[in-house]
Design a protein around this ligand. Structure first.
Ligand SMILES: [Ca+2]
Length: 464
């Protein structure tokens, strides 16, 4: 009776195998079917690793046998039920046990894998005392000298994993004494570990402050809205005095800047902090206060001051979110198959101080449509710049307009609408996006590529 026990190897030996396991575990020897060999059993061993050059014992329990033998790759290695054997090199071996009784023969075969031990050396060596300054990185390198088979490294301090590469670079953020631990696991489920005592010396840190939003950024707000800048003092807070200025005039000595910009314009916001040691931190921002007519976010319906002349407007999820306009909600102007300018109107009579606004800025998604997005308030106007570029002809327009992204259009109201009063005299500003170059209405052609009759608007702003 012969049995090949590949599939029970995990139970018996607990070793990860590189060979495939067979479902067919019995294979009677020909010519011996009528005779019954001794009963052989093996202990169940669930966690057993076979490592090169380390003796390993295999035990069989045999009932009523006249002789027995163990073979490794068909070489006889023992004539007893217990085999203690040392594999000398990594690889896969066939281990066979054979018991002969009066009535016949029983044979079991196992496929076993012997793995090289996992050994790792370190620089500096494990258990070496490491002393470093707070915030200055230390370097410890692990080199796998044996068992380099899918090794995964893990460096930790307490519960925190601080590295997963062979070479660790880590700066301890706080002073104190710590234990740096290293653990490795390879594909043979072998492990290695090491540790180092670490003493971190406290370093007095200079005044360090983090700001939200980050300095050197432009903060845009609606005129009248309050702007907030938060400080987070990381080091050197003792005796810290804050000072915030707007256009050079001190407005606050609080840790958090909160200031309402009541008039449209561009403002310089500056911070200066000084601690008891007279260490200083300075930072600066630009605030752009505009009359933001609509960004369409969080609106349940069209704003009342937009007149939907063609009954074509709706608020939709931005179908083309890009870096130019990542906004969630935009205004869709979906026109039917008729000849139209796609007109809608901004009703401005209740906007205070309209004469302060000389510029209209708006984002438009035109796609491949050959539309020229005119505005009209007593006269027609095309944008002065498209995506920051000027143009002097239809051909130049096609070069600066984006067909696969949002376009930022800037209209010079002072030049195009009213040189004297900016937006002052305008109570109704028309958008006519489906216009021809000569500002006549676009004629519907039904071309699905260039004439889908839908344009999108967002972030309609009036600038000083
Ligand atoms: Ca929006």
């Amino acid at each position: 009776m012969k049995r090949i026990l590949e599939s029970t190897l995990f139970l018996l030996l607990g070793v990860a195998l590189s060979t495939a396991c067979s479902d067919d575990t019995t294979d009677p020897v020909s010519g011996s079917e009528d005779r019954i060999g001794p009963v052989v059993t093996f202990p169940e061993t669930t966690d057993r690793k076979i490592i090169v050059n380390e003796p390993v014992t295999f035990e069989a329990t045999v009932e009523e046998a006249t002789s027995c033998a163990w073979y490794v790759d068909d070489e006889p290695v023992a004539a007893t039920p217990t085999l203690t054997y040392t594999f000398r090199s990594a690889g896969t071996y066939v281990l066979r046990f054979e018991a002969i009784g009066k009535e016949g023969r029983t044979e079991y075969s196992f496929v076993v894998r012997a793995a090289d031990p996992l050994r790792v050396s370190f620089a500096p060596a494990a258990d070496t005392q490491i002393t470093c300054n707070q915030g200055e990185p230390i370097a410890v390198a692990a080199t796998v000298t044996s068992g380099d088979n899918g090794v995964q490294h893990k460096w930790s301090v307490g519960d925190k994993v601080v590295g997963t590469e062979a070479e660790l670079q880590y700066a301890f953020p706080d002073p104190g004494t710590f234990t740096l631990r290293y653990e490795a696991t390879n594909a043979d489920a072998l492990t290695a570990e090491a540790q180092w005592p670490v003493t971190v010396i406290e370093v007095e840190q200079p005044l360090t402050i983090e700001f939200t939003p980050a300095p050197k950024t432009t903060i845009r707000c609606e005129t009248g809205a309050s702007v907030t800048i938060e400080t987070d003092v990381k080091h050197g807070a003792k005796g810290l005095v804050h000072a915030w200025t707007v256009d050079g005039v001190k407005v606050s000595d609080a840790a958090t800047f909160r200031h309402a910009f009541t008039a449209p314009g561009t403002y310089a916001v500056a911070y200066e902090g000084k601690n008891a040691k007279q260490e200083g931190v300075t930072a600066a921002w630009t605030v752009e206060a505009t009359h933001l007519f609509a960004d369409f976010e969080a609106l349940a319906a069209l704003p009342a001051d937009i007149e939907d002349s063609n009954k074509a407007l709706s608020l939709v999820e931005n179908p083309f979110p890009t870096a130019t306009n990542p906004s969630a909600t935009v205004l869709m102007n979906k026109l039917g198959g008729w000849t139209t300018s796609g007109m809608f109107k901004l009703l401005l009579s209740d906007v205070a101080d309209r004469g302060a606004y000389s510029t209209l800025r708006v984002k438009v998604y035109l796609g491949t449509n050959l539309y020229y997005p005119y505005i009209y308030a007593g006269d027609y106007a095309l944008p002065t710049t498209v995506n920051g570029e000027t143009y002097a002809s239809e051909a130049e327009w096609r070069k600066v307009v984006r067909t696969n992204d949002w376009n930022v259009l800037v209209y010079d109201l002072k030049r195009e609408i009213s040189a004297d009063t900016n937006l002052g005299a305008v109570t109704e500003l028309q958008f006519r996006p489906l216009s021809n170059w000569d500002h006549s209405n676009f004629v519907y052609t039904g071309d699905p590529v260039t004439d889908n009759r839908t344009v999108y608007f967002d972030d309609i702003e009036f600038l000083k």
